[in-house]
Ligand binder design. Structure first.
Ligand code: SF4
Ligand code: SF4
Length: 325
């Protein structure tokens, strides 16, 4: 059973946490850290101060990591390599470690589409995936799986994931109006007692499909596509890959947005694991235990474990149990 280690401290790494990194990584090999450097304006996104204790601990182990992310597909200062480099500099990450932004890729065939996995991730000798745990408009929740599924692929693959998830509407609508209320892109309107979708405005999140009382999904769910993409990237990465999830400033929306929205859960700590499925499951469970409710389902109308279930399926993991230490 996979182990997940919880450390409550944010401002330093304990000796036990540093020992986990020492066991995970070889100081003689290069280490790439998969990051999300944050959309300008987002007040909940991770900052260099949040990452500094981890980088400091790696430096103590004589490991000099390089930080990495990919440009985004939507309208943002981060949607080009050059633009994202400027954001990284403005946010002060260059002072912590060398930073790379790249849209270069290697291709891998997934069940429903060809995934362009980030070339630096595929070529790195060792990888540390640092993920900020928070909500997301489309997937409900973002952790390690989401960080690789969207953040570890090219702009083109990001767009494909959103496009393939667009629902195929069939004519069995009961007119309950739920989808029009929950659609994050306001793509659905009720007309003559039936839901009418504007596919041009649709983000392909599948929220309407998973919650509709009368229509069965006709296409692969967004969460399924995320699972496929994450596992494609994982299969391309070195077996020496390790994961840290930071449960701090748990906002309703993602670090991708200029406005992360309200904080929906209290800070919990940092989780360490070599298993992306286990670390995301533990993150969701710890947050729900702390708040006494299904935080992301309530905030974003999506079961946060749906994407994790699909990733587990494509990884061939029969059970998602983990041992929290
Ligand atoms: S949730 Fe389903 S039944 Fe309700 S309005 Fe939307 S499409 Fe119709
Ligand atoms: S998939 Fe459905 S809920 Fe999501 S953006 Fe498109 S229409 Fe709206």
């Amino acid at each position: 059973m996979s182990k997940v280690y919880l450390f409550r401290e944010f401002d330093r790494l304990t000796a036990a946490a540093a020992l986990l990194l020492a066991k995970a990584f070889d100081p003689k090999k290069e280490l790439l850290v998969k990051m999300h450097f944050g959309e300008p304006g987002n007040k909940a996104a991770l900052t260099p101060d949040d990452i500094a204790p981890i980088i400091g601990a790696l430096n103590q182990l004589a490991i000099r990591p390089t930080l990495f992310d990919t440009p985004v597909a939507y309208n943002s200062p981060r949607n080009s390599v050059e633009g994202y480099r400027k954001v990284v500099k403005q946010r002060g990450y260059n002072e912590l470690a060398p930073c790379i932004i790249s849209d270069d890729f290697v291709e891998i065939e997934a069940k429903d589409f060809v995934v362009q996995a980030a070339k630096p991730l595929a070529e790195a000798e060792q990888v540390l995936v640092i993920s900020h745990v928070k909500g997301h408009y489309c997937s409900g929740f973002g952790g390690a799986i989401k960080n690789l599924a969207m953040g570890g692929v090219t702009k083109k693959t990001k767009s494909v994931e959103h496009t393939l998830g667009k629902p195929k509407w069939v004519d069995d609508c009961e007119g309950c109006g739920l989808c029009a209320k929950q659609c994050p892109s306001k793509a659905i309107k009720m007309m003559d007692g039936k839901a009418v979708i504007n596919l041009e405005k649709c983000w392909g999140c599948s929220i309407c499909e998973v919650n509709c009382p009368s229509l069965a999904p006709q296409v692969a769910l967004f969460d399924d596509l995320l699972g496929q993409a994450a596992v494609a990237v994982i299969h391309k990465m070195s077996p020496k890959t390790y994961y840290i999830n930071i449960i701090k400033n748990v906002a309703k929306f993602c670090d991708c947005d200029a406005d992360g929205g309200a904080i929906v859960a209290r800070d919990v700590g940092m989780l360490f694991s070599d298993d992306p499925v286990a670390i995301d499951c533990a993150s969701i469970d710890l947050i729900n235990q702390a708040e006494g409710k299904d935080v992301f389902k309530e905030a974003n109308f999506k079961d946060p474990k749906l994407q994790v279930d699909f990733a587990a399926k494509y990884l061939g993991q029969k059970q998602k149990d983990y041992l929290l230490q």
